[in-house]
Design a protein around this ligand. Structure first.
Ligand code: GSH
Length: 255
Protein backbone atom coordinates (compact mmCIF):
# COMPACT_ATOMS: atom_id res chain seq x y z
CA UNK A 1 0.00 0.00 0.00
CA UNK A 2 1.34 3.46 -0.92
CA UNK A 3 1.40 5.91 1.98
CA UNK A 4 1.32 9.53 0.88
CA UNK A 5 2.45 12.28 3.22
CA UNK A 6 -0.49 14.56 2.54
CA UNK A 7 -2.75 16.64 4.74
CA UNK A 8 -5.95 14.75 5.56
CA UNK A 9 -8.69 14.99 2.92
CA UNK A 10 -11.99 15.97 4.53
CA UNK A 11 -14.94 13.72 3.60
CA UNK A 12 -18.44 14.98 4.36
CA UNK A 13 -20.86 12.13 4.91
CA UNK A 14 -23.99 10.87 6.58
CA UNK A 15 -23.28 7.27 7.61
CA UNK A 16 -26.39 5.24 6.60
CA UNK A 17 -26.49 5.34 2.76
CA UNK A 18 -24.10 3.49 0.44
CA UNK A 19 -22.67 6.39 -1.60
CA UNK A 20 -20.35 7.93 1.04
CA UNK A 21 -18.61 4.60 1.54
CA UNK A 22 -17.45 4.61 -2.04
CA UNK A 23 -14.74 7.30 -1.56
CA UNK A 24 -13.88 5.98 1.91
CA UNK A 25 -13.17 2.55 0.36
CA UNK A 26 -10.91 4.17 -2.26
CA UNK A 27 -9.13 6.41 0.27
CA UNK A 28 -8.49 3.34 2.43
CA UNK A 29 -7.25 1.30 -0.51
CA UNK A 30 -4.91 4.11 -1.60
CA UNK A 31 -3.63 4.51 1.97
CA UNK A 32 -4.46 8.23 1.97
CA UNK A 33 -4.93 10.27 5.08
CA UNK A 34 -8.53 11.51 5.50
CA UNK A 35 -10.82 12.95 8.11
CA UNK A 36 -14.56 12.24 8.23
CA UNK A 37 -17.03 15.06 8.81
CA UNK A 38 -20.04 12.97 9.85
CA UNK A 39 -23.47 14.57 10.24
CA UNK A 40 -27.13 13.55 10.37
CA UNK A 41 -29.04 12.64 7.22
CA UNK A 42 -31.74 15.19 8.21
CA UNK A 43 -29.15 17.96 7.76
CA UNK A 44 -28.09 17.07 4.24
CA UNK A 45 -30.01 19.98 2.66
CA UNK A 46 -28.96 22.50 5.36
CA UNK A 47 -25.94 24.64 6.21
CA UNK A 48 -23.05 24.07 6.48
CA UNK A 49 -23.26 21.17 4.01
CA UNK A 50 -25.43 22.90 1.41
CA UNK A 51 -22.62 25.43 0.87
CA UNK A 52 -20.23 22.55 0.15
CA UNK A 53 -22.68 20.77 -2.18
CA UNK A 54 -25.60 22.85 -3.48
CA UNK A 55 -27.26 19.54 -4.47
CA UNK A 56 -27.36 18.50 -0.81
CA UNK A 57 -26.20 14.91 -1.29
CA UNK A 58 -23.29 13.06 0.22
CA UNK A 59 -20.41 12.41 -0.23
CA UNK A 60 -18.34 15.53 -0.82
CA UNK A 61 -14.62 16.08 -0.28
CA UNK A 62 -12.37 19.03 0.47
CA UNK A 63 -8.71 18.47 -0.29
CA UNK A 64 -6.47 20.95 1.58
CA UNK A 65 -3.48 19.77 -0.48
CA UNK A 66 -4.90 21.20 -3.70
CA UNK A 67 -7.77 23.45 -2.59
CA UNK A 68 -10.22 21.26 -4.55
CA UNK A 69 -13.79 20.77 -3.25
CA UNK A 70 -15.84 18.11 -5.06
CA UNK A 71 -19.16 16.29 -4.86
CA UNK A 72 -20.63 13.43 -6.93
CA UNK A 73 -18.83 10.24 -6.00
CA UNK A 74 -17.85 9.46 -9.62
CA UNK A 75 -16.05 12.80 -9.95
CA UNK A 76 -14.41 12.19 -6.57
CA UNK A 77 -13.17 8.79 -7.82
CA UNK A 78 -11.65 10.26 -10.96
CA UNK A 79 -9.99 13.03 -8.97
CA UNK A 80 -8.48 10.75 -6.30
CA UNK A 81 -7.17 8.34 -8.92
CA UNK A 82 -5.66 11.05 -11.13
CA UNK A 83 -4.17 12.96 -8.24
CA UNK A 84 -3.00 10.20 -5.91
CA UNK A 85 -2.80 6.85 -7.73
CA UNK A 86 0.42 7.95 -9.35
CA UNK A 87 1.65 4.39 -9.90
CA UNK A 88 -1.62 3.32 -11.58
CA UNK A 89 -2.20 0.58 -9.03
CA UNK A 90 -6.00 0.88 -9.38
CA UNK A 91 -6.16 2.15 -12.95
CA UNK A 92 -4.39 1.93 -16.31
CA UNK A 93 -2.59 4.54 -18.36
CA UNK A 94 -3.14 2.77 -21.67
CA UNK A 95 -5.76 4.48 -23.86
CA UNK A 96 -8.39 1.76 -24.15
CA UNK A 97 -8.15 0.47 -20.55
CA UNK A 98 -8.14 3.97 -19.07
CA UNK A 99 -11.34 4.92 -20.90
CA UNK A 100 -13.02 1.59 -20.20
CA UNK A 101 -12.45 2.16 -16.48
CA UNK A 102 -14.25 5.50 -16.92
CA UNK A 103 -16.99 3.79 -18.93
CA UNK A 104 -17.71 1.36 -16.07
CA UNK A 105 -17.63 4.17 -13.54
CA UNK A 106 -20.25 6.02 -15.62
CA UNK A 107 -22.33 2.83 -15.83
CA UNK A 108 -22.12 2.49 -12.05
CA UNK A 109 -23.18 6.14 -11.59
CA UNK A 110 -26.01 6.09 -14.14
CA UNK A 111 -27.07 2.43 -14.16
CA UNK A 112 -26.36 0.89 -10.79
CA UNK A 113 -26.68 3.79 -8.30
CA UNK A 114 -29.94 5.39 -9.47
CA UNK A 115 -31.79 2.13 -10.23
CA UNK A 116 -30.73 0.47 -7.00
CA UNK A 117 -31.64 3.65 -5.13
CA UNK A 118 -35.09 3.91 -6.73
CA UNK A 119 -35.74 0.22 -6.15
CA UNK A 120 -34.94 0.65 -2.45
CA UNK A 121 -37.11 3.75 -2.31
CA UNK A 122 -40.19 2.03 -3.78
CA UNK A 123 -39.61 -1.10 -1.69
CA UNK A 124 -39.29 0.68 1.64
CA UNK A 125 -39.82 4.42 1.77
CA UNK A 126 -42.49 5.43 -0.74
CA UNK A 127 -45.72 6.17 1.16
CA UNK A 128 -47.83 3.98 -1.17
CA UNK A 129 -46.96 0.44 -2.29
CA UNK A 130 -46.88 0.60 -6.09
CA UNK A 131 -46.24 -2.93 -7.40
CA UNK A 132 -45.55 -1.80 -10.99
CA UNK A 133 -42.82 0.62 -9.77
CA UNK A 134 -41.27 -2.06 -7.55
CA UNK A 135 -41.36 -4.47 -10.47
CA UNK A 136 -39.82 -2.02 -12.91
CA UNK A 137 -36.91 -1.13 -10.63
CA UNK A 138 -36.33 -4.71 -9.43
CA UNK A 139 -36.14 -5.77 -13.08
CA UNK A 140 -33.67 -2.98 -13.80
CA UNK A 141 -31.51 -4.03 -10.82
CA UNK A 142 -31.54 -7.61 -12.14
CA UNK A 143 -30.75 -6.41 -15.65
CA UNK A 144 -27.75 -4.35 -14.45
CA UNK A 145 -26.47 -7.36 -12.49
CA UNK A 146 -26.98 -9.49 -15.61
CA UNK A 147 -24.80 -7.14 -17.66
CA UNK A 148 -22.02 -7.45 -15.07
CA UNK A 149 -22.44 -11.24 -14.92
CA UNK A 150 -22.06 -11.63 -18.69
CA UNK A 151 -18.94 -9.47 -18.84
CA UNK A 152 -17.21 -11.09 -15.86
CA UNK A 153 -18.09 -14.62 -17.03
CA UNK A 154 -16.49 -13.96 -20.41
CA UNK A 155 -13.12 -13.09 -18.83
CA UNK A 156 -10.41 -15.68 -18.14
CA UNK A 157 -10.75 -17.23 -14.66
CA UNK A 158 -7.65 -15.46 -13.29
CA UNK A 159 -8.73 -12.01 -14.51
CA UNK A 160 -12.36 -11.63 -13.58
CA UNK A 161 -12.28 -7.87 -13.23
CA UNK A 162 -14.15 -5.34 -15.34
CA UNK A 163 -11.03 -4.01 -17.09
CA UNK A 164 -7.75 -5.83 -17.72
CA UNK A 165 -6.47 -8.38 -15.25
CA UNK A 166 -6.51 -6.50 -11.93
CA UNK A 167 -8.96 -4.73 -9.65
CA UNK A 168 -9.40 -1.10 -10.63
CA UNK A 169 -11.41 1.80 -9.22
CA UNK A 170 -14.16 0.75 -11.66
CA UNK A 171 -14.68 -2.55 -9.80
CA UNK A 172 -14.50 -0.85 -6.41
CA UNK A 173 -17.21 1.66 -7.28
CA UNK A 174 -19.86 -1.11 -7.43
CA UNK A 175 -19.22 -2.52 -3.96
CA UNK A 176 -21.27 -0.21 -1.68
CA UNK A 177 -24.55 -0.61 -3.60
CA UNK A 178 -24.04 -4.32 -4.28
CA UNK A 179 -23.51 -4.74 -0.55
CA UNK A 180 -27.07 -3.41 0.01
CA UNK A 181 -28.78 -5.74 -2.50
CA UNK A 182 -30.62 -7.70 0.17
CA UNK A 183 -32.32 -4.49 1.32
CA UNK A 184 -32.83 -3.18 -2.23
CA UNK A 185 -34.50 -6.38 -3.48
CA UNK A 186 -35.81 -7.50 -0.07
CA UNK A 187 -34.43 -11.01 -0.63
CA UNK A 188 -31.95 -13.27 1.17
CA UNK A 189 -28.43 -13.36 -0.29
CA UNK A 190 -28.68 -16.88 -1.73
CA UNK A 191 -31.68 -15.88 -3.82
CA UNK A 192 -29.99 -12.66 -4.92
CA UNK A 193 -26.88 -14.45 -6.18
CA UNK A 194 -28.91 -17.14 -7.95
CA UNK A 195 -27.72 -17.11 -11.58
CA UNK A 196 -24.95 -14.61 -10.79
CA UNK A 197 -21.96 -16.74 -9.72
CA UNK A 198 -19.36 -14.44 -11.28
CA UNK A 199 -20.83 -11.27 -9.79
CA UNK A 200 -20.99 -13.01 -6.44
CA UNK A 201 -17.32 -14.14 -6.56
CA UNK A 202 -16.23 -10.66 -7.74
CA UNK A 203 -18.18 -8.91 -4.98
CA UNK A 204 -17.04 -11.34 -2.28
CA UNK A 205 -13.36 -10.87 -3.25
CA UNK A 206 -13.70 -7.14 -2.69
CA UNK A 207 -15.63 -7.21 0.58
CA UNK A 208 -12.84 -9.38 2.00
CA UNK A 209 -10.29 -6.59 1.45
CA UNK A 210 -8.96 -4.97 4.65
CA UNK A 211 -9.74 -1.56 3.09
CA UNK A 212 -13.45 -2.44 2.81
CA UNK A 213 -13.50 -3.99 6.28
CA UNK A 214 -11.96 -0.85 7.75
CA UNK A 215 -14.52 1.26 5.89
CA UNK A 216 -17.39 -0.79 7.33
CA UNK A 217 -15.91 -0.63 10.86
CA UNK A 218 -15.90 3.16 10.54
CA UNK A 219 -19.51 3.05 9.33
CA UNK A 220 -20.57 0.96 12.36
CA UNK A 221 -18.90 3.37 14.73
CA UNK A 222 -20.50 6.43 13.12
CA UNK A 223 -23.94 4.76 12.94
CA UNK A 224 -23.61 3.91 16.60
CA UNK A 225 -22.67 7.53 17.42
CA UNK A 226 -25.99 8.62 15.86
CA UNK A 227 -28.00 5.94 17.67
CA UNK A 228 -28.60 3.96 14.46
CA UNK A 229 -28.49 0.24 13.73
CA UNK A 230 -26.58 -1.11 10.68
CA UNK A 231 -29.73 -0.87 8.48
CA UNK A 232 -30.42 2.76 9.39
CA UNK A 233 -33.25 2.08 11.87
CA UNK A 234 -32.90 3.90 15.18
CA UNK A 235 -31.78 1.51 17.95
CA UNK A 236 -34.69 -0.46 19.41
CA UNK A 237 -36.76 -0.44 16.19
CA UNK A 238 -37.20 -3.89 14.66
CA UNK A 239 -39.08 -3.36 11.39
CA UNK A 240 -40.01 -0.81 8.75
CA UNK A 241 -43.62 -0.89 9.98
CA UNK A 242 -42.47 0.03 13.49
CA UNK A 243 -40.18 2.74 12.07
CA UNK A 244 -43.02 4.19 9.95
CA UNK A 245 -45.17 4.48 13.11
CA UNK A 246 -42.41 6.37 14.94
CA UNK A 247 -42.03 8.77 11.99
CA UNK A 248 -45.83 9.26 11.90
CA UNK A 249 -45.97 9.95 15.65
CA UNK A 250 -43.03 12.35 15.50
CA UNK A 251 -44.78 14.24 12.67
CA UNK A 252 -47.99 14.52 14.78
CA UNK A 253 -45.95 15.72 17.74
CA UNK A 254 -44.22 18.36 15.60
CA UNK A 255 -47.48 19.94 14.33
N1 GSH B 1 -24.93 10.73 -7.58
C1 GSH B 1 -24.62 11.02 -6.20
C2 GSH B 1 -25.64 10.40 -5.30
C3 GSH B 1 -25.44 10.76 -3.86
C4 GSH B 1 -26.63 10.40 -3.01
O1 GSH B 1 -27.75 10.23 -3.49
N2 GSH B 1 -26.38 10.31 -1.70
C5 GSH B 1 -27.47 10.07 -0.76
C6 GSH B 1 -26.97 9.29 0.45
S1 GSH B 1 -26.41 7.67 0.01
C7 GSH B 1 -27.98 11.42 -0.26
O2 GSH B 1 -27.19 12.26 0.10
N3 GSH B 1 -29.29 11.61 -0.23
C8 GSH B 1 -29.86 12.83 0.28
C9 GSH B 1 -31.23 13.07 -0.22
O3 GSH B 1 -31.79 12.19 -0.89
O4 GSH B 1 -31.76 14.15 0.06
C10 GSH B 1 -23.21 10.48 -5.87
O5 GSH B 1 -22.86 9.42 -6.42
O6 GSH B 1 -22.47 11.12 -5.11
Amino acid sequence: MEIHSVKPIRVWLTPPGPNPWKPIFLLEELGLSYQIQSFRFDDVKKEPFISINPNGRVPAIEDPNTGVTLWESGAIYQYLIEQYDTKNRLTYDTLSEKHRCNQWLHFQMSGQGPYFGQCGWFQHLHPEKIPSAIERYSNEVRRVLGVLEGVLAAKPAAAQWLVGDKMTFADMAFVPWNGRLNEVLMQPWDEIWDGLPHVRAWHEKMVELPSWKRSMEKRSRLMDEQGLQWNGFPKGIQSFQEYEKVIENNAKFAT
